[in-house]
Write a protein that binds this ligand. Structure first.
Ligand code: FES
Ligand SMILES: [Fe+2]
Length: 453
């Protein structure tokens, strides 16, 4: 498949069909390793996961594993997690853990004792004289992996000739830098092994079309439908602007459409906090609860929104948590969630964010590793730094709203294999991020382009 057989970004305004190969084919899943995962920038960890010199963390992607290490006070480096002698993994996740992590002064291979400094250089080979001078520093050291930082994450790319991270991210830094994501700290993070392809998992969160049906309780509080826009490799979704409302209403922090916006917003905030455990903060919930005492009955919705946000901002400021100031125009334009090609999503707001990632589980097209992490602002940027918790896809282990999303995943994976299914018929307005994902996947994979029907 050449570039000319692949649908163009402009053509995604049309209804397209996305073939199921990318979700269900074992050959496709195997080919992803060299064609996709070894070519793209991926999030390996947060910068604050490795605060001290010698802290390391591993990132597993299919058959590849990378070790990311703080090699000096101001330097983070990444290496293939493999000993240059006979290929033993240098560090391994403990049973049941998401990744390896810890703090070392050097890496010592557990097999024959080759040693490496934090900068990857070989520092010791037992019986080195047996090689009769053939082992150069280069061939006996760890192989480095491209590693750059943006948004508070450490990103890696296995292609040593890749473009810079900032070039790859395109418009995303300009859109999201005002939200100062690098200052947010994790409140909780969970991961699990789900019975669906990694694309099925991510596509549960890159559109607003499903909200009315999958989340009927959420929909009681307003209309959460919206647009999807494409930006080359990446996409963005956001809410449609209701008439006569402040632009902020298109953002994640929005009020309820109920008849008394003060009361309805407090109810909605309580629901989101208790049943989704994301997309808001305790400060926002408390400020929403105060609305009925601080504003008169019948206060117009745009006044309720302004008052709520100002009051939460002030309450946070009083405890040393300072939100960035982002103008309403920019908030509206930046939407509610960015889909970073191929497998990371950033759902940002001015004081919190929700991020999803998904990646293959081995080369099984029917399984994936799914991850969700929730961040907010903390005094002095010191957060609780919770460990990654392994969870099944249930309401008890995650929460009510996310479990509603999870409930579609395995059923979609199974349904797509049906002889009666002809491919995904993508909503060209609300689900365009999925069409764009597959358009870009086709460019890397050489197969699977969405087509107009
Ligand atoms: S495989 Fe690492 S020292 Fe032999
Ligand atoms: Fe959802």
């Amino acid at each position: 498949m050449t570039e000319s057989n692949i649908i163009s970004e402009d053509e995604l305004v049309e209804p397209v069909i996305v073939p199921v190969e990318a979700y269900v084919s074992r050959d496709y899943a195997s080919a992803e390793q060299s064609r996709l995962w070894q070519k793209v920038w991926q999030v390996a960890c947060r910068v604050e996961d490795i605060p001290e010199v010698g802290n390391f963390i591993s990132y597993e992607i299919g058959s590849d594993s990378v070790v990311v290490v703080r090699s000096a006070e101001q330097e983070i480096q990444a290496f293939h997690n493999v000993c240059a002698h006979r290929g033993r993994r240098l560090v391994e996740p403990k049973r049941g853990e998401r990744n390896a992590s810890g703090r070392r002064g050097q890496f010592v291979c557990g097999y024959h004792g080759w040693r490496y400094g934090l900068d990857g250089t070989n520092t010791h080979i037992p019986k080195e004289e047996h090689w009769r001078g053939k082992l150069s520093a280069q061939c006996a050291s760890l192989t480095s992996v491209r590693c750059e930082q943006w948004g508070g994450w450490v990103w890696i790319n296995l292609d040593e000739n890749c473009e810079s991270l900032l070039d790859y991210l395109g418009p995303i830094p300009e859109m999201l830098d005002p939200f100062e994501l690098q200052n947010m700290r994790c409140r909780w993070r969970k991961w699990g092994i789900f019975d669906c392809n990694w694309k099925v998992a991510l596509e549960a969160f890159n559109e607003t079309y499903h909200v009315a049906t999958t989340h009927p309780e959420v929909s009681r509080y307003g209309d959460f439908s919206g647009w999807a826009r494409t930006y080359g490799l990446h996409s963005c979704i956001g809410y449609d602007a209701p008439k006569d409302m402040d632009k902020n209403q298109q953002a994640k922090l929005r009020i309820s459409d109920g008849p008394d916006a003060r009361v309805a917003t407090a109810e909605m905030q309580r629901f989101i906090w208790e049943k989704a455990n994301t997309n808001t903060t305790q400060t926002l919930v408390d400020a929403a609860e105060r609305l009925k005492d601080e504003l008169p009955e019948g206060a117009p919705p745009d006044q309720v929104l302004k008052h709520w946000l100002a009051s939460a901002r002030a309450a946070d400021e009083a405890r040393g948590v300072v939100w960035p100031t982002v103008d309403a125009e920019h908030v509206a334009k930046s939407g509610t969630s960015w889909q970073v090609f191929p497998n990371f999503q950033i759902g940002h707001a001015v004081n919190n964010m929700l991020c999803y990632g998904a990646r293959p589980y081995g080369d099984d097209p029917d399984k994936c590793i799914f991850e969700g992490a929730v961040y907010e602002l903390y005094p002095n940027n010191v957060g609780p730094q919770p460990p990654w918790e392994f969870c099944g896809p249930t309401a008890e282990e995650w929460c009510f709203v996310l479990a509603q999303d999870f409930s579609n995943m395995a059923a979609v994976q199974q349904g797509m294999k049906s002889a009666g299914f002809k491919g995904n018929r993508i909503n060209p307005y609300m689900e365009r991020a999925t069409a764009n994902l597959h358009r870009n996947l086709a460019r890397f994979m050489g197969t699977g382009s969405p087509r107009i029907y």
